[in-house]
Design a protein around this ligand. Structure first.
Ligand code: AP5
Length: 188
C-alpha cells in the first residue's frame, strides 16, 4: 500500500467523491469528503448540521473558519496518520492557507492535487440524473458558478506550486481511476 496525502478537486459532479472512494481503497488511505461530513451532520441534526443546512441547500460554501475546524479535527484522527484523500477541500484560497497550517500542525505533507475535468453539460446531466437534495438545476448552476469564482483560483495556485495533476473525468469510472493512479505515479 502506498501512503499518500492527496487532494481531489473539480466541479460539482466531476466524480471526485466516486474516485476518492475508489482510489482511497486502492491506496489503503481514508477518503475524507467534506460534503459527506456536512451531510452527515445535517442528517444527525447536530449544531453544525443546523448551521450549514440552508447554505448547502442553496449551493453556497460553508464559511472557511467552520471548514478549518471540521478538517483540522478529522486530519488529527489516527486513521489519517499515514495518508488520506481530501475530497472537496480546500475550495477557497483562504481554505488553502488553512490547510497548509493544518498539515504543518499534524506533520503531513501534500503529495499531489488531482483536478478532475469534465465538460459542463455532462456535470449538469450527472447531477440532474442523481437528484440529491442540492441537485435541482438552479442549485447546480449556483454550485458551478461558486466553483468557477472561488475554487478555480485554488487550482491555479496548486498548478504554480507544481502539485497539480489534471485528469480527464469524461470517461468510464474505471478508466478515470487508472488515470488518477498513474497521474500520482502509483502502481497498485
Ligand atoms: P460536495 O459533496 O463536495 O459536492 P460537490 O462539490 O457539489 O460535488 P458532488 O458531490 O456533487 O460531485 P462529485 O464531484 O463528488 O461527484 P460524484 O462522485 O458524487 O459538497 C456539497 C456542499 O457541501 C457544497 O455545495 C457546500 O455547500 C458544502 N461544502 C463541501 N465542502 C466544502 C468546503 N470545502 N467549503 C465550503 N463548503 C463546502 O459523482 C456525481 C454523479 O456522477 C454520481 O451520480 C456518480 O455516480 C456519477 N459519476 C461519477 N463518475 C462518473 C463517470 N466517470 N461517468 C458517469 N457518471 C459518473
Amino acid at each position: 500500500m502506498a501512503e499518500l496525502s492527496l487532494v481531489f478537486l473539480g466541479a460539482p459532479g466531476c466524480g471526485k467523491g466516486t474516485q476518492a472512494a475508489l482510489v482511497g481503497g486502492r491506496l489503503g488511505v481514508p477518503a475524507i469528503s467534506t460534503g459527506e461530513m456536512l451531510r452527515a451532520a445535517v442528517a444527525e441534526g447536530t449544531e453544525l448540521g443546523q448551521r450549514v443546512e440552508r447554505i448547502m441547500a442553496a449551493g453556497e460554501l460553508v464559511d472557511d473558519v467552520t471548514m478549518a475546524e471540521v478538517v483540522g479535527e478529522r486530519l488529527g484522527t489516527a486513521d489519517a496518520r499515514d495518508g488520506f484523500i481530501l475530497d472537496g477541500y480546500p475550495r477557497t484560497v483562504a481554505q488553502m492557507g488553512a490547510l497548509d497550517r493544518i498539515l504543518a500542525a499534524t506533520g503531513h505533507g501534500l503529495d499531489a492535487v488531482v483536478s478532475i475535468e469534465v465538460p459542463e453539460a455532462e456535470l449538469v446531466r450527472r447531477a440532474l440524473a442523481r437528484r440529491r437534495a442540492d441537485d435541482s438545476e438552479e442549485v447546480v448552476r449556483t454550485r458551478l458558478d461558486v466553483y468557477r469564482r472561488k475554487t478555480e483560483p485554488v487550482i491555479a495556485e496548486y498548478r504554480q506550486r507544481g502539485l497539480l495533476r489534471e485528469v480527464d473525468g469524461f470517461k468510464g469510472v474505471e478508466e478515470v481511476t487508472d488515470e488518477i493512479l498513474s497521474a500520482v505515479a502509483v502502481r497498485v
